[in-house]
Design a protein around this ligand. Structure first.
Ligand SMILES: *Cc1c(COP(=O)(O)O)cnc(C)c1O
Length: 453
């Protein structure tokens, strides 16, 4: 399988190279040249498989430049640190409402599904190329910790994660700074997330430095992340009751559009998922897009669901490319207009099977309370956004993107109960090792020079 850029001005690459490259040189995102099509008999063969086996059957169609035996082994290892035997269990709340729990990985958020795998793919690449790799990222919370736990202790790798000192939640900081791993550097930046991000951009723009350290970015646009996420949609579809699975709407708390895009791509591969609801928080660029056809930035307002606090949904570009029939010139036109004017108004926006909802901070605690009152089930603030406007016409499967134990303050204020998870409790007892650093590219470069592998 070859991978092409959504901007159409870059040569296609194999899977390993597309994963290693991240953002395409023409500014686009990589997508498979064709989408495989699954038939009803393929789905029947997939139905009895456990999570890792299903993941292998799916990914072997895409990672065609990794020997199958090796790929199988990489995938098996990637799902051993999940605390639930089903990996992605479905919890039925009532006849019309179920939850797909995606938070049983090591950092208790859905990003583990992709980043556990990506960490092992990086390790594999280091081994076959006889090279080391240094990963650098900036985070306001979940991505940083999931990336760290994907690379924890891996030979030939080091990971540097910048985060604004004192502005992530204490538990999120502990997930980054209490690992004890020799190759993990939690860099607490003296400044805001934007300062950290600006420093990061500056460092990645320095080609000499970048090449010298074989610096790789961790971000939500990596092709492997999207493909890894397709698998839990397939797994969930196959586990829904046969009578309702083709009628069920998948409701997805959304920020960068990475999670829900994966489900939609799976639908385009012939898996008959009925529809998707894009559930945003008060940062509602996607809600506005799907209801009015106007894609327009506005400023980010911090919310109780911080991992969905985004200004621009980078993975939207992949949806756009596929939904305009792979017309890269159209993608370039939209993205250039968006970049220069801050928006793009679609004349005939094709929303396909998507609908959208929006949930403000004023609503989140009330939703947590009402879901708890009705079902005795605790949802985290991101998942709560999914419950704001469930369909009256059909069953809903809400994707639970994080464990409530990661957000104890919001849960306590909503229902007076402190949700706990044993892995977080264990972290509280471990020493915190963070490196305070100025939000200046020179200081960060010097740190990397000293600690890179
Ligand atoms: C990252 C994240 C999201 C948003 O996912 P996208 O792929 O950016 O749409 C939602 N909930 C949680 C808990 C997250 O960590």
């Amino acid at each position: 399988m070859k991978y092409v850029s959504t901007r159409g001005q870059t040569a296609s690459l194999g899977f390993c190279d597309a994963v290693a490259t991240g953002l395409a040189p023409d500014g686009g995102l990589y997508l498979p040249e064709t989408l495989p099509q699954f038939t009803a008999s393929d789905l029947a063969c997939f139905a009895p498989l456990g999570y890792a086996e299903l993941c292998f059957e799916f990914l072997k169609l895409f990672a065609t430049d990794i020997p199958p035996v090796t790929l199988h082994e990489i995938i098996n290892r990637s799902y051993t640190k999940f605390a639930h035997p089903d990996i992605a269990p479905i919890v039925k709340l009532d006849d019309r409402t179920s939850v797909l729990e995606l938070f049983h990985g090591p950092t208790l958020a859905f990003k583990d599904f992709a980043l556990q795998l990506l960490g092992n793919l990086y390790e594999h690449q280091c081994a076959v190329r006889h090279q080391t790799i240094n990963v650098l990222g900036a985070t306001s919370g979940d991505t940083g910790s999931a990336a760290i736990h994907g690379l924890l202790g891996k030979p030939g790798t080091a990971i540097f994660i910048l985060y604004p000192d004192g502005r992530t939640s204490p538990l999120q900081e502990r997930q980054m700074a209490c690992t004890g791993a020799h190759n993990v550097y939690a860099l607490a930046v003296d400044g805001s997330f934007d300062d950290a991000q600006a420093a990061l951009k500056d460092i990645f723009a320095d080609q000499t430095f970048r090449t010298h350290h074989r610096l790789s970015a961790v971000n939500s646009i990596n092709l492997a992340r999207v493909l890894a996420q397709c698998v839990y949609y397939l797994y969930a579809y196959l586990r829904l009751p046969a009578a309702t699975r083709n009628e069920t709407e998948f409701v997805v708390p959304t920020g960068n559009f990475g999670n829900v895009l994966a489900g939609w791509m799976l639908q385009k591969m012939g898996v008959p998922i009925h529809s998707f609801k894009v559930a945003t928080n008060q940062n509602d660029i996607l809600h506005r897009l799907f209801t009015t056809g106007d894609y327009r930035v506005s400023s980010v307002v911090p919310s109780l669901a911080p991992s969905m606090d985004i200004q621009v949904s980078s993975n939207f570009e992949r949806f756009l490319y596929l939904s305009v029939g792979r017309d890269a010139a159209k993608v370039r036109e939209v993205m250039n207009t968006f970049k220069t004017t801050g928006g793009y108004k679609f004349a005939n926006f094709n929303r396909d099977t998507f609908s959208a909802s929006r949930c403000t901070d004023a609503e989140i605690p009330g939703i947590i309370k009402s879901v708890y009152g009705r079902y005795g089930y605790i949802v985290d603030p991101h998942t709560a956004c999914g419950f704001v406007d469930l369909s009256k016409d059909r069953p809903s499967l809400v994707l639970a993107t994080a464990s409530p134990a990661k957000f104890p303050d919001t849960i306590i204020s909503a229902i007076g109960i402190e949700p706990k998870d044993p892995s977080l409790e264990a972290l509280k007892a471990r020493p915190l090792k963070k490196h305070l650093i100025k939000a200046e590219p020179a200081a960060i470069r010097a740190f990397i020079d000293k600690h890179a592998v």
